[in-house]
Design a protein around this ligand. Structure first.
Ligand SMILES: [Zn+2]
Length: 549
């Protein structure tokens, strides 16, 4: 960890001085222009402010600049923009012990022991990804086994599916778990053979007993996590992201990075609910801070849950769970109240809606409120996974933006068939229908739920097939989008969805010089090649922030 941090510092120290212009020559440059048309170029000039001064096309003269960078013929694309992610989740994920590739209890214990030794300053050891079935253990592991690896600090590790946790003795003591602790409704404290002693395993609702004891991260831990998140996202070619569910603590970490000059990721922030929104920004959205790197745009709210856990709110019961339609998480009056409150302050609402009932409700509520609060609001609906085909045309009204995650389609397709049955999938992950009806898309990943890799997203967007090429020919393939539309979804249209058009998202004069150098042309390569794209360099505001080894 320490070494990597030093490497990051070094990288920023050798970057270009602020007051200099740069010619990046010899690239296969690709951008979309103001009309969404593809423009190709061979070189780009960055001005003193880290903005694009000029695009140079074939045979055109090169101006004299302070610095010259040779692009070595690589493909230059606008920096990728993830329209829906969870920045601190990425960072904490990167700092957490990952046991998902361990194949035995012994291997896991070795890894835990080593991780604890490498991270002496951490008061708790946290991790995830263990799976006793993959280990061939035939039973859950125990607190005593965990104690044999780490006995000086609490350890708490989530199972691969997130439905169970494994604690050591100190962690259980911190949570006041004893032989007399009772399992909560919807959960189970596993016991040893004596039927009394807690074994160290906490299932479902019982996990909350342990989670409540894990101390909230301190500011310096948040800063470390944020630095990791920037590093991870830049390595995938991401230069900007919409952070969905920013808390005041997250915001303060972003601000600390901005203040000390280490903020390299552009963040379009959506507060974790109306209270956090007011706490962070006050009565209106923040201005763009730190040279267009940070703005509190609006507020994220949850209208329903997810399909996997049957928490998505459906018009008709689940095909595989008759009688259950899921539930709205925000009642109708509360939804309208939050939308009005946001609109009054010119905040942009971002409504999580996955099921067809949730999407219908979001569309109806926006439509009602847009009558009083008109103008350029860019009402966002996040995920938009299952829409009743009858409701699809409403996505083209009131300037609504459908913020969707292509990779969710391939992750969810077989589950969606089970949950809904074939007949109710006519408006499922319906990217092309939404565009054809005149709606607007923005693409993202929902990282860390999925990998943040935008090239996997681009490949899915144009094929509706997963990494294995399945299903052959694509799942509901008429909903594919063109390569240009897919690229727009991860660049210019994702910027528009965050009120950032003209600032970044395209490689045009006057915009921030956010670009990546890659080995693959996504407008010409096969989907397999697009998935295998290597990001060689990532630049933000005319400064190199990532370079592959
Ligand atoms: Zn999300």
């Amino acid at each position: 960890m320490k070494l990597r941090f030093t490497a990051a510092l070094l990288a920023s120290a050798i970057a270009m001085p602020a007051q200099a212009d740069v010619l990046v020559d010899n690239v296969t440059g690709i951008t979309l222009d103001e009309n969404g048309a593809v423009r190709r170029f061979e070189a780009l000039v960055i001005d003193d402010d880290g903005k694009i001064a000029q695009l140079i096309e074939r045979e055109q003269d090169r101006p004299r600049t302070d610095y010259l960078e040779d692009g070595e013929g690589k493909v230059m694309l606008p920096g990728m923009i993830d329209a829906h992610g969870h920045v601190m989740g990425v960072g904490f994920g990167a700092l957490t012990l990952d046991l998902s590739d361990t194949n035995s209890l012994e291997e896991a214990l070795d890894r835990i022991r080593a991780f604890a030794a490498e991270n002496e300053a951490r008061p708790w050891i946290l991790g995830r990804g263990w799976n006793q079935e993959k280990w061939g253990l035939g039973r859950f592991p125990t607190a005593a086994e965990l104690d044999s690896a780490v006995a000086d600090r609490p350890v708490y590790l989530a199972r691969v599916d997130g439905h169970a946790g494994w604690a050591n003795s100190l962690a259980m003591r911190a949570a006041n778990i004893t032989a007399s602790s009772k399992s909560p409704a919807g959960g189970r404290i596993e016991k040893l053979a004596d039927g009394k002693t807690p074994s160290g395993i906490f299932v479902d609702a019982a996990e909350e007993l342990m989670n409540a004891a894990v101390p909230a991260p301190r500011p310096n831990e948040r800063d470390l996590a944020f630095a990791e998140a920037q590093k991870v996202l830049h390595s995938y070619g991401i230069t900007a992201i919409a952070d969905m569910g920013t808390t005041i603590e997250d915001w303060q970490a972003f601000r600390r990075a901005g203040d000390n000059g280490s903020l390299t990721l552009r963040i379009m922030s959506y507060a974790a609910g109306p209270d956090q929104m007011t706490l962070i920004a006050g009565a209106t959205p923040s201005p763009w801070l730190y040279d267009d790197k940070l703005r509190m745009n609006g507020v994220k709210l949850y209208l329903d849950g997810a399909l996997g856990s049957r928490g998505a709110w459906l018009k008709q019961p689940y095909a595989d769970d008759p009688g259950n339609t899921g539930l709205p998480l925000t009642p109708p009056a509360a939804l309208r109240n939050i939308l009005v409150r946001a609109a009054q302050g010119n905040f942009q609402p971002a409504v999580h809606a996955i099921g067809d009932a949730a999407n219908a409700e979001a569309l109806n509520a926006i439509s009602e409120i847009a009558e009083s609060y008109d103008g350029d609001r860019r009402w966002r609906i996040e995920h938009v996974q299952i829409v009743d085909p009858a409701d699809l045309p409403k996505l083209a009204q009131h300037g609504i933006i459908a913020s969707m995650q292509p990779v969710h389609q391939t992750s969810d397709m077989f589950m969606a068939e089970a949950r809904l049955g074939q007949d109710r999938l006519g408006g499922a992950y319906a990217w092309n229908s939404i565009l054809q009806l005149g709606g607007r898309l923005a693409f993202g990943s929902d990282t860390p739920v999925e990998s943040p890799d935008p090239f996997a997203g681009l490949a899915v967007a144009i094929t509706r097939s997963n990494a294995a090429g399945e299903p052959f020919g694509g799942w509901r393939p008429t909903e594919r989008v063109t390569r240009e539309q897919a690229l727009a979804g991860f660049t210019a249209d994702a910027a528009y969805a965050g009120f950032a058009e003209g600032r970044f998202g395209r490689l045009l004069p006057g915009e921030r010089a956010d670009f990546i150098l890659v080995d693959t042309d996504p407008l010409l390569a096969t989907p397999e090649e697009i998935r295998a794209t290597t990001v060689h360099e990532t630049w933000v505001g005319g400064r190199k922030v990532y370079e592959a080894d």
